[in-house]
Design a binder for this molecule. Structure first.
Ligand SMILES: [Zn+2]
Ligand SMILES: [Zn+2]
Length: 155
């Protein structure tokens, strides 16, 4: 593989993972996977939540992919792309938005602030249904999200 192919694969995987994470969050975690994800929408004690099992599941999958990549190189680079996405995700979602692992940085302007607001609005809905903003790295405009939330009819 040329370096360009490797780079394209890694960057492509990071972008793909955002779409994949959005779909998984919306249709699986807020669908039949709610049992694990609920812990993330409710206050809880202790450093870990059941929702972390999703991270563990992905980690196991990625280790498998790295292993398979020893026989077929593109898989290894794809696995690297997923790992990078996981790293960004852990930083943005867990550390910046939810202030886990002792991080206390609250962005006051720019895109990071928008990300924070968008995900806070995702958490404004406590239940499984009717949420907004399922992505993590592409944050929709908070004003639009708020409008969407206010238009929501409670079942
Ligand atoms: Zn959620
Ligand atoms: Zn969250």
């Amino acid at each position: 593989m040329t370096w360009f192919e490797k780079l394209a694969l890694v960057v492509g995987m990071v972008l793909f993972m955002e779409c994949f994470a959005w779909a998984t969050h919306k249709y699986v975690m807020h669908g039949w996977g709610w049992g694990w994800h609920r812990s993330h929408h409710e206050p809880h004690e202790g450093a870990f939540e059941k929702n972390d099992l999703y991270a563990v599941t992905f980690a196991v999958f990625v280790v498998g992919l790295f292993t398979a990549g020893m026989w077929w190189e593109p898989l290894w680079w794809a696995a690297l792309g997923i790992t990078i996405y996981g790293g960004i995700y852990a930083f943005v979602h867990d550390m910046m938005v939810h202030q886990r692992f002792g991080m206390r940085w609250v962005p006051r302007r720019g895109y990071s602030k928008r990300l924070l607001q968008a995900h806070r609005l995702h958490h404004a809905v406590k239940g499984k249904e009717g949420g907004v903003s399922f992505g993590f790295l592409f944050a929709p405009n908070p004003t639009k999200l708020k409008r969407k939330l206010s238009q929501r009819v409670d079942p």
